[in-house]
Design a protein around this ligand. Structure first.
Ligand SMILES: Cc1cc2nc3c(=O)[nH]c(=O)nc-3n(C[C@H](O)[C@H](O)[C@H](O)COP(=O)(O)OP(=O)(O)OC[C@H]3O[C@@H](n4cnc5c(N)ncnc54)[C@H](O)[C@@H]3O)c2cc1C
Length: 458
């Protein structure tokens, strides 16, 4: 190991993950800590927090990628922000191993650890899935998806082989939860509007397919709303297969459990999440789903009781849902919980730091759900109040425009929406983002201009 950074002048509160929970917890800590009382250190592989509810709109081009991320250093003045990945946690000796992207790993010690490393895609061992599918948890995936889909249109427009063209224009989405449906609907919307710009393509050339293992979509809304969503998607020409599994997608040949088989160049996997696997490389107690186990006061608790100095919430934790509404008695992994758990967590860490023994309990009754389904279309459920179409879409935008942290991001997001409303949505893909030096290398390798023969002087 390169070095043990034992540079603590004061107690260190180490926040692993600068996502929704990590950012808001750190902000609350910084706001309430006394001068010199503790160092707040936030470690994340990204220098920004990603506002994941906006990923479908980033993929659709309604929001600029940089506007859907919140820079950590700018929004955490006074904190120590480390851009790197925590690869293991040794709580018995209170240190973590950090791996920066381009540097040697090092160990970092702490007094309190806040596990806020979120979740990752929950995949299955389906042949071809790892090689051919893409998920949607990161801003880079949203950007790549957008460019990929739009470039498939441009490629297909020049294809003469029908099979090749069909494959290029077949887009398969696996998982009919909230995130999967939003992404599918947003991308279908943008592809349909982009296709109008091609003379050689028609809407009938494009095929969108949703594959969902359960008999319904969107468990976050009631049965009636879920049925409406399926009807709505089918009216838009999307093939919705319920009670159907993806069985194989080797070489992008999609095989479904209903016997159907076809080629698809785009396979998007949104079939749920699992707790960050970094917890498996830790000595913190985890449950059978890999989530760190916590009490309602967000202190980590194992079989032997409370683990002093360890805290967790958000997607990587099994937080008891005291409202009685959670799945299996635990809060579902969503931003609504993460953002509300953060201030409770920060207050309790401060209390522990100050030697107090009374801790707040986390309690939140879900207020409902709002989802965008493409421009001017949405669905929502707030208790018994159900909305569909334009109203739900406006509610979705109002809620998330308000919920993204930092005034500067709110202004930019609303600015994006207003500009797009006035000027129209941008349906241009950027190409070669993964090979930015391509044209420079081509230029360097291009043939020299042939020398002209010197005219013979008389
Ligand atoms: C497409 C999509 C749409 C969604 N829409 C909604 C919605 O409409 N409403 C809603 O309530 N919820 C929604 N969610 C869920 C919501 O975004 C998450 O529940 C929420 O972000 C959880 O917060 P968190 O802080 O626990 O995790 P995250 O916000 O995921 O933060 C985890 C952080 O940990 C970092 N990290 C990961 N590994 C490491 C490591 N080894 N070391 C250090 N840091 C690490 C990550 O980079 C990340 O910044 C959506 C999610 C997705 C993917």
């Amino acid at each position: 190991m390169a070095l043990i950074r034992n540079s603590k002048l004061r107690p260190r509160i180490l926040v692993v993950g600068g996502g929704y929970l990590g950012l808001v917890t750190a902000q609350n800590l910084l706001k309430n800590l006394g001068r010199g009382e503790a160092t707040v250190t936030v470690i994340d592989p990204n220098p920004y927090m990603t506002y994941q509810p906006f990923l479908p709109e980033v993929a659709a081009g309604s929001i600029e990628p940089r506007h859907a991320v919140v820079p950590l250093r700018r929004n955490l003045p006074g904190a120590e922000v480390i851009t790197g990945k925590v690869t293991s946690i040794n709580h018995a000796d209170k240190f973590v191993v950090v791996e920066p992207e381009n540097d040697e790993p090092f160990e970092l010690d702490y007094d309190h650890i806040v596990m806020a490393a979120g979740s990752v895609a929950r995949t299955l061992p389906i042949p071809g899935l790892k090689e051919n599918a893409i998920g949607l948890k990161r801003i880079e995936e949203a950007v790549a998806l957008r460019d990929h889909l739009l470039s498939r249109l441009a490629d297909a427009a020049l294809m003469e082989d029908d099979d090749e063209r069909r494959k290029a224009l077949t887009f398969v989405f696996v998982g009919g939860g909230f995130a999967g449906i939003e992404l599918l609907a947003e991308l279908e919307d943008v592809v349909r509007s982009a296709i109008a710009q091609y003379e050689t393509l028609t809407e009938a050339d494009v095929r969108f397919v949703l594959v969902e293992a359960l008999g319904r979509v969107m468990p976050e809304v009631g049965e009636a709303q879920a049925r409406w969503v399926v009807e709505h998607l089918r009216e838009r020409g999307i093939d919705v297969y319920l009670e159907t599994f993806l069985q194989d997608c080797t070489d992008k040949r999609v095989k479904l459990s209903n016997g159907e088989e076809f080629d698809a160049d785009t396979i998007v996997w949104s079939a749920g999440v699992k707790a960050n696997p970094v917890l498996i490389d830790s000595d913190l107690p985890i449950d059978e789903r890999g989530r760190v186990t916590v009490r309602a006061d967000l202190r980590v608790e194992g079989e032997d009781g409370v683990v002093e100095g360890a805290w967790a919430a958000g997607d990587n934790a099994a937080v008891p849902d005291l409202s009685g509404g959670g799945v299996g008695g635990y809060c579902v992994p969503n931003a609504q919980h993460a953002v509300r758990q953060a201030p409770v967590l920060a207050a309790n860490v401060l209390a522990a730091l100050r030697g107090e023994t009374e801790f707040k309990q986390y309690f939140h009754k879900t207020i409902g759900s709002v989802a965008g389904l493409g421009l001017y279309k949405g669905v929502s459920q707030m208790g018994d109040f159900e909305a569909r179409g334009l109203l739900a879409w406006l509610m979705h935008r109002a809620y998330h425009g308000y919920a993204i942290p930092s005034i500067d991001r709110k202004v930019k997001v609303f600015g994006n929406w207003i500009l797009n409303f006035v000027l129209g949505r941008d349906t241009t893909e950027l190409v070669d983002l993964d090979v930015p030096r391509k044209s420079f290398v081509e230029a360097a390798e291009s043939k020299p201009v042939p020398k002209k023969e010197e005219p013979v002087k008389a």
